[in-house]
Design a protein around this ligand. Structure first.
Ligand code: COA
Length: 331
């Protein structure tokens, strides 16, 4: 598609809560071990929000950093997208709370529910709004307080997730720069694989539901595992092909940070080298929609990225959903 406008990531930010929960802390809660968690997932610790901290709070800090990094004023933001599965509440949207916090008085705002693929869905949406000429500056935020919906008695899930937020300012640029290709997809026939069954109109919360912990995360881990590798490898190949690029052309590949073994599986298929990979899931666990922007911001702040570098971002999550994008770094 030939467009008049390109869309580039011009600033990033991130924030994680202070409290660290290690695998050794989890050993005291459920029947697990540091050794099991590290070898099966690659995760050593995760961050946990306190009872007074909601998703909008950490989203706001990450977003403010991203705006400062981009040199964009709050009044110049046209749209705020918050990708999350842990909104402050069903409505109003977390994006509207962030809009208020930032005093982004000219911005439209809405939440985007695409599970762990939410940030890539957000970049795809921002890219289209900018390509159409409708908007110039869009805040794409991935933010989660998953600790609030974890069943702390379920060792299958409680060891995997953590809290955090990452944000990017996406702004109008030359068509040959910024987001070079992007693809998103879904398959709702696998909707049962990762789900929070209760809390919506299908199963409103009541005492029975709470007793059965149906308002927490339920996951069929091994099925997700296989689909995640196959799908993320495939969508990565598609966006590389669409951009006329090869894996070798990528300075960095940042996959959704869910499980080290899933990432190894993707990287083996794509032949991504260890120098090309940026991982931080050992420190934060799976932070769902926040995982990619959190890693991207860390990589940018650590000086790993230079102007003109190509990067590949790829995600997979509840829905099922998936997405990938190739981006030319413009900063
Ligand atoms: N500590 C110790 N043992 C555990 C455990 C834990 N925290 N969690 C599960 N086990 C046990 C299981 O009960 C099972 O025991 P059993 O054989 O006696 O029944 C055994 O470990 C193996 O379980 P299995 O599910 O086959 O392990 P696995 O190798 O598939 O790893 C996951 C489990 C969850 C780590 C893995 O499937 C996974 O990461 N899946 C993807 C999850 C994910 O990231 N989802 C989000 C994607 S967006």
């Amino acid at each position: 598609m030939n467009c008049k406008y390109g869309a580039a990531i011009t600033g990033t930010g991130s924030f994680v809560p202070e409290k660290i929960m290690t695998n050794f802390d989890l050993e005291k809660i459920v029947d697990t071990s540091d050794e099991w968690i590290v070898t099966r997932t690659g995760i050593s610790q995760r961050r946990i929000a306190d009872e007074n901290t909601a998703t909008s709070d950490i989203a706001t800090v990450a977003a403010a950093q991203a705006m400062e990094d981009a040199g964009v004023d709050a009044k110049d933001i046209d749209l705020i997208l918050v990708a999350t599965v842990t909104p402050d509440m069903a409505f109003p949207s977390t994006a509207c709370v962030v809009q208020k916090n930032l005093q982004a008085v000219n911005a439209a705002a809405y939440d985007l529910g695409a599970g762990c693929s939410g940030f890539i869905y957000g970049l795809a949406t921002a890219n289209s709004f900018i390509a159409s000429g409708m908007y110039k500056n869009i805040l794409v935020i991935g933010a989660e307080t998953l600790s609030k919906i974890i069943n702390w008695e379920d060792r299958n899930t409680c060891v995997l997730f953590g809290d955090g937020a990452g944000a990017a300012v996406v702004s109008r640029c030359e068509p040959s720069e910024g987001i070079l290709s992007v693809k998103i997809g879904s398959n709702g026939t696998f909707d049962r694989l990762i789900t929070q069954p209760a809390g919506g109109s299908r199963m409103p919360v009541n005492c029975e539901v709470i007793q059965q912990k149906l308002n927490t995360i339920h996951m069929e881990g091994s099925e997700v595992f296989k689909l995640a590798i196959r799908t993320m490898a495939s969508v990565s190949e598609q966006v590389l092909g669409d951009a006329g690029l090869k894996v070798d052309d990528m300075k960095l590949v940042i996959p959704h940070q869910a499980n080290k073994r899933i990432i190894d599986g993707i990287f083996n298929r794509l032949k991504v080298t260890s120098e090309q990979s940026y991982l931080n899931l050992d420190k934060y666990g799976n932070t769902s929609a926040a995982s990619i922007p959190l890693a991207l911001d860390e990589a940018a702040k650590n000086g790993v990225l230079n102007k003109g570098d190509n990067i590949l971002l790829v995600a997979f999550g509840s829905g099922l959903t998936w997405g990938a994008t190739t981006v030319k770094w413009v900063k």
